[in-house]
Design a protein around this ligand. Structure first.
Ligand SMILES: C[S@@+](CC[C@H](N)C(=O)[O-])C[C@H]1O[C@@H](n2cnc3c(N)ncnc32)[C@H](O)[C@@H]1O
Length: 201
């Protein structure tokens, strides 16, 4: 990552946000392990005293992630479960979380994709677990079948989150070809366990 660039592409930008807010020794979540790129990054961020919980619903993804992690496997719990069940597996404060939506790259079955209901459920639960000042990054791909539906549901959901609880940004490069992802990032700015929504006030 070049230090002279400020307006990074989406994936490096999401890592920069996490690198600035996650500290050694913390617990973090990779909500979509996939081929393990973000899991490895998170394992490096939390160091030998920290821990990563990495979710995926495909065994092939967890296998690829295990291979990618190499010596850092002992910092990571790989979970063959939906991120919507994060509260079943993680019951402590987390320093941050990352999502990378869509399908598993290079997979034989590209029809296995993240879905709006489980993505939104996971985000809501993760916000409750997140430390004050912590960030959740969501890289959103909308070029595949089902991607547009997830994008719209997600945007509608995050726009309803109360501004006193969470700051929400959308970040994207406007001059890239081939359906690049955009980023949604959420920063917890009030200490809460249950996030409030605008319509509830
Ligand atoms: C774009 S890939 C993730 C890429 C990954 N971050 C990487 O670095 O390679 C999306 C992943 O989300 C997984 N997925 C889909 N629905 C899921 C769910 N409900 N819970 C957890 N993972 C899910 C897919 O199996 C797929 O591996």
């Amino acid at each position: 990552m070049s230090s002279s660039i400020l307006l990074h592409r989406v994936l490096p930008f999401s890592k920069r946000l996490i690198a600035n807010t996650v500290f050694p020794g913390e617990t973090v979540v990779d909500a979509t392990a996939g081929n393990g790129n973000d899991t490895l990054f998170l394992a490096e961020q939390v160091g030998s005293d920290g821990h990563v919980y990495a979710f995926d619903i495909q065994q092939a993804a967890l296998h690829a992630t295990r291979e990618r992690l190499g010596e850092l496997n002992d910092r990571v719990t790989l979970l063959l479960d939906s991120h919507a069940n994060v509260d079943v597996h993680v019951n402590r404060t987390i320093g941050g979380a990352m999502f990378n939506l869509g399908y598993l790259p290079y997979s034989e079955d590209l029809s296995i994709i993240t879905k709006p209901e489980s993505t939104i459920m996971a985000i809501e639960k993760l916000l409750g677990l997140l430390k004050m000042g912590g960030i959740i990054t969501i890289s959103v791909y909308d070029g595949h079948t089902g991607g547009e539906e997830e994008r719209e549901a997600l945007l509608a959901f995050v726009k309803k989150i109360h501004q006193a609880d969470v700051h929400v940004i959308r970040y994207e490069l406007l001059n890239q070809r081939k359906n690049p992802p955009f980023l949604i990032a959420l920063e917890k700015v009030r200490d809460f366990q249950t996030v409030r929504f605008i319509e509830e006030l």
